[in-house]
Design a protein around this ligand. Structure first.
Ligand SMILES: [Zn+2]
Length: 247
C-alpha cells in the first residue's frame, strides 16, 4: 500500500551508514514510524528535508508483509529557521513534540494535533517571547483536544457556571462550586480565578494568546500543578529528569 500525506518530523535517528529512522506526525494518520533508506544521502528523493520539525510532503509505502513503512520520497513544505539558532525556543518546541509523541495521536485526532503543533512552530518563528509555562500549556491543550478535556467552566456536579476561584478535583477532571465542595481526597487543587481564566484561554484560544504574565508566582505554580497532576493521572505521563515517562 502506498499513500502521500503532509507530515511533521518529530524525531530522526540514523541506522546503518546512510539510512534514517523517523517518527512523524501525519496530518491524517497521526504519529507513525518509517524508515528512509538512503535518507541521509539521497538529495533526489529527499532533498535534504528530513530534519527535525520540518513539514514535509511524503510518499510512504508499506512493505509487502506490512511489517514496516518506508519513506519513498519527501518534499519540503516549510522548515523552522529561528528555532535552529535559538536554543530556548528549540527546547520549548521539542518538549511539545516529545509530549505529543509520548501521548500518541490517533487518526481521529490527527488533524487537530497537526494544526496545533504547526501553530506552535509558527509562533516560535515570530517575535513574541514564549512564556516559560508554554510547554505545560501545550500538554493541557493537546490532552483536551485528544479526548481528555478537564471541565474548567462549570461545577461538575450541579452545573453552576464558575467564574471565581474553583476547587479542582484532579481524579474527576472537573471543578466544584462552593455548594458542592468536597474536602476529602488527595487530588484537590484550589485554583484562583485569574489562574482559571488563563487555563480556559489555553483550552480554547490560539497558542499566540497563551500568556501567564499577569499571574503571581503562586498562581503560576497552581496552573503548573493542575496540568501536571491532571496529565499524570489521566494520561499516565510524567515529566521526570528531562524526559517524558509512561507511569
Ligand atoms: Zn456545584
Amino acid at each position: 500500500m502506498e499513500w502521500t500525506d503532509t507530515a511533521l518530523v518529530l524525531r530522526v535517528g540514523r541506522f546503518r551508514e546512510t539510512d534514517l529512522w523517523l517518527r512523524l506526525l501525519s496530518c491524517h494518520r497521526g504519529v507513525f514510524s518509517a524508515f528512509a533508506f538512503g535518507g541521509s544521502r539521497s538529495r533526489r528523493r529527499f532533498c535534504g528535508c528530513l530534519d527535525l520539525l520540518n513539514t514535509v510532503s511524503c510518499r510512504v509505502k508499506s512493505t509487502r508483509n506490512g511489517s514496516y513503512l518506508a519513506l519513498q520520497e519527501g518534499v519540503l513544505i516549510r522548515g523552522p529557521r529561528r528555532l535552529r539558532s535559538d536554543w530556548r525556543r528549540l527546547g520549548i518546541a521539542m518538549n511539545c513534540a516529545r509530549f505529543l509523541e509520548t501521548l500518541g495521536v490517533t487518526r481521529e485526532g490527527a488533524s487537530a494535533a497537526f494544526a496545533l503543533l504547526e501553530d506552535v512552530l509558527e509562533l516560535m518563528e515570530g517575535e513574541s517571547s514564549p512564556h516559560p509555562l508554554f510547554p505545560l500549556f501545550f500538554r493541557l491543550r493537546l490532552a483536551s483536544e485528544q479526548g481528555f478535556a478537564p471541565t474548567l467552566d462549570k461545577c461538575g456536579i450541579c452545573g453552576t457556571r464558575i467564574t471565581a476561584p474553583g476547587r479542582f478535583i484532579v481524579n474527576e477532571g472537573e471543578l466544584r462550586c462552593q455548594n458542592c465542595h468536597t474536602t476529602r481526597g488527595r487530588y484537590i487543587v484550589d485554583i484562583p480565578g485569574r489562574a482559571l481564566d488563563v487555563l480556559r484561554i489555553v483550552q480554547q484560544e490560539s497558542p499566540a494568546l497563551w500568556n501567564a504574565d499577569g499571574l503571581s508566582l503562586a498562581e503560576r505554580r497552581c496552573c503548573a500543578r493542575v496540568i501536571d497532576e491532571f496529565v499524570q493521572y489521566h494520561l499516565g505521563i510524567a515529566w521526570e529528569e528531562g524526559r517524558f515517562r509512561r507511569i
